[in-house]
Every structure is written in structure tokens, then in C-alpha cells.
Design a protein around this ligand. Sequence first.
Ligand SMILES: [Zn+2]
Length: 159
Amino acid sequence: MDTLWSPWRMKYMMSQERSEECIFCKAATEEATVENLVVLRRKLAFVILNRFPYTTGHIMIVPYVHVDTIEKLDSATRSELMDVMAEMMILLRELYHPQAFNIGANIGMEAGAGIAGHVHLHVVPRWAGDTNFMSTIGETRVLPEELVDTFQRIRDRLI
Ligand SMILES: [Zn+2]
């Protein structure tokens, strides 16, 4: 599991150290743009692209409330997180035709959370063989779609 999350985890940890401000709380108050990668807002939660995606279409579903674990969320927020997750899975299936998904959360730094203070759910579309996309130099590397393109494709579907 640590291998799964580590490439972007380190970058997030480093970016966290540079800023006192929680990037999810900041993004929650901003207009959705390609800069902050927010693609959808709902009443209690929003959706943001992972800046360091494990695969194309890797998104995060984030409650507006800043708490560090799921059991501190109220029932309505937990419910909306799951509803938005299902909505996004439908959209990602239509856009990218993944064969499978990883969904889940890293609760706490020791579990690999990059932004441990603000709980969030990951949705990672998966295809057979995609684990090789960050493979070593010299092998064929399947590049993921550019983030700006992913942002636009998802936004186009939601509008
Ligand atoms: Zn926050």
C-alpha cells in the first residue's frame, strides 16, 4: 500500500511544509479552476483532481469541514461523500472505461496520508498493467493524460 501512494505523498508532504494553510480548506473557498483542480462542488463535499495522479482520473473527494478522520464527520457528510464517490465513478467509467477502481483513505500520517489534517477519499481508476506507468528509465512508459486535459474532460461532463 505504501508503494501505491508514495510517489505523490512525498510531494504533498513537501508542499505542506511550505504552507501553514491546509490546501483543501484553501481550495474549498476558491472558484473551481484548472489551477486548483476543483472539478465539482456539492453541499457538504467537493471533488478535486490529484495533482500527482497514480493513474489518469485519480480524484479525491473532500468534505468542507476540516477534520482528520472519518468518524469525526457527521452522518450527512459521510453520506454525501459516498454519494459523490458513486457519481464520480459513473462519470469516470464513461470517460475512461477503467476495468477496476481503488477507493479508500489514508487516515493519519503513519498510514500514508499526505494531508493528514483533512480527511479525504481517493478514487483511482485502474487498468490491467497500469502499475508500470511510473516504471524505470529504459522501459516503455505509458504516460498518463495531462492534468489540464483530465480537468477539462471531467468539467465538460459535469456542466
Ligand atoms: Zn483543511
